[in-house]
Design a protein around this ligand. Structure first.
Ligand code: 5AD
Ligand code: SF4
Length: 476
């Protein structure tokens, strides 16, 4: 499962063909807003590509947009509420711009299609995550006065050959989707319902995309999947290889192929699943310096009973064994996690087990959430959402407090050392400072000198805040 951020993305691209309808200026403008996980942001780049081919250029100005597409997230109720607020805003805007097409993409599409289209009349168009190739056609339908829907999920679609249009890009770091969907059925999670069955993308197209990004000047790729450890491509499917030993490409092998694109291309990935993460993956990480020493390994809870109810497929002991494997194979590797507080029936003791696990692992970073019941999930059908908001909130605060302590301690441990840093841009706080990241994904800020974004530099960290290192470049 991928963790979330929230930002509006935009970028211009002039397409070749023109759609059925044109605006007064002769060209149609598209605004895409993305919510939720990195996969959604990556999907929006595929959407921008498909729409670019159909003659749309993108804009960040809602007033100028002929088509607005909101790529939605359904992971927790508050994510949905945020999107609803945005849809209401565009519904109001439509009063002054009646020709503007408003569409919902992504994870809210399937579940809310009737509500959004019919009951609330909030949107003209609803398109699920596997139906983006159909977008130009569906917009044509809306142009001709109909509402349009396609929320069919696919077992095959990976958009493998579509070259994403990089949106809101710094030109240095990019996402590459390596698989779609999820077969895990964690009991709290809506993703298997919104994104459908798991399928892997052809490794050749992944390596090609990484190579193209490198050639364009990008220096870091993040391989994305809900559970990258179950990546599997069967070469015999395409009749490519007959040797049974070499029939499949697994995640460790895929990561190696991407790492070999160029030693100056950093490789990151998200998200690993504790039940599937193999030592092979860890050994491959250790072998290549350009594979970043950072693993996002969501634990969700420190209690084996709760993990069982969550249908996570591992126990506390199994998880701690995976942590021990990481520490053994890459003693300096950074580790982050996701934690849910107040899952159905969680006792005070079980909550304490989460705290004690955190105290033992000492994560570099964590995404922490109150449990939010999601429709259709196993937990919704089987368990009562019986922990009060107050208790969920108090437990969340305890988890956050402990994490702040551990995170600050982990950052501090990097002070006094010299780090290889990929420079990403100018610091938000000062024009005279640049920022980049260490292999551990820690942000480090340092004086600009004549260094440019996209370069690698060695930076000695001499100080830190709780999450950021402060340093000086050392000549290499
Ligand atoms: N309630 C709260 N948090 C959730 N997550 C997924 N589903 C829910 C839910 N119903 C969290 C998990 C996951 C992260 C991306 O979001 O921790 O790993
Ligand atoms: Fe992640 Fe589990 Fe949801 Fe799949 S079902 S996306 S593994 S939390």
């Amino acid at each position: 499962m991928l963790h979330d951020g929230n930002k509006v993305i935009d970028e211009s691209r002039q397409g070749e063909a023109i759609m059925t309808k044109t605006s007064e200026s002769g060209e149609r403008k598209l605004l895409i807003e993305s919510y939720g996980c990195q996969m959604n942001f990556s999907d929006s780049e595929i959407v921008a590509s498909i729409m670019g081919e159909a003659g749309f250029s993108t804009t960040r100005d809602a007033e100028a947009a002929d088509v607005v597409l909101i790529n939605t997230c359904a992971i927790r109720d508050n994510a949905e509420q945020r999107v609803r607020g945005r849809l209401q805003f565009f519904k109001n805007l439509k009063k002054t711009k009646p020709d503007m097409v408003v569409g919902v993409l992504g994870c809210m599409a399937e579940r809310l299609r009737e509500k959004l289209l019919e009951q609330e009349q909030l949107v003209d168009l609803v398109v699920g995550p596997d139906a983006y190739r159909d977008l130009p056609n569906l917009i044509g339908q809306v142009d001709s006065g109909q509402k349009a829907v396609n929320v069919l999920l696919s077992r095959e679609e990976t958009y493998a050959e579509i070259a994403p249009v990089r949106l809101d890009s710094n030109g240095i770091t990019a996402f590459i989707s390596i698989m779609r969907g999820c077969d895990n059925m964690c009991s709290f999670c809506v993703v298997p319902f919104t994104r459908g069955r798991e399928r892997s993308r052809d490794p050749e197209s992944i390596v090609r995309e990484a190579q193209e990004l490198f050639d364009q000047g990008y220096r870091e790729v993040t391989l994305l999947g809900q559970n990258v450890d179950s990546y599997k491509w069967n070469l015999t499917n395409k009749g490519e290889i007959k040797d049974p030993e070499k029939e499949t490409v697994n995640f460790a092998q895929l990561m190696e192929k991407v790492a070999l694109v160029n030693p100056d291309l950093r490789v990151r990935f998200s998200t690993s699943h504790p039940k599937d993460m193999t030592d092979d993956v860890l050994h491959t990480m250790a072998k290549y310096e350009n594979i970043c020493k950072y693993i996002h390994l969501p634990v969700q809870s420190g209690s084996s009973e709760v993990l069982k109810k969550m249908n996570r497929g591992y126990t506390r002991e199994w998880y701690l064994d995976r942590i021990a494997a990481i520490n053994r194979i890459m003693p300096d590797c950074a580790i982050s996690t996701d934690i849910i507080t107040g899952f159905c029936g969680e006792t005070e003791e079980q909550h304490q087990e989460t705290l004690s696990l955190m105290a033992e692992v000492r994560y570099d970073m964590a995404f922490m959430f109150k449990y939010s019941e999601r429709p259709r999930t196993l937990a919704e059908r089987k368990y009562e959402d019986d922990i009060t908001e107050d208790v969920k909130g108090r437990r969340l605060r305890e988890v956050i407090d402990l994490q702040m302590e551990c995170g600050a301690e982990r950052t501090k441990a990097l002070v006094g050392k010299t780090h290889r840093v990929l420079v990403e841009g100018t610091s938000k706080k000062s024009e005279d400072q640049l920022f980049g990241r260490t292999t551990y994904n820690t942000v480090i800020v340092f004086p600009k000198g004549d260094i440019k974004p996209g370069q690698y530099v060695d930076v000695h960290a001499h100080d830190c805040t709780s999450v950021t290192l402060l340093g000086e470049v050392v000549p290499s």
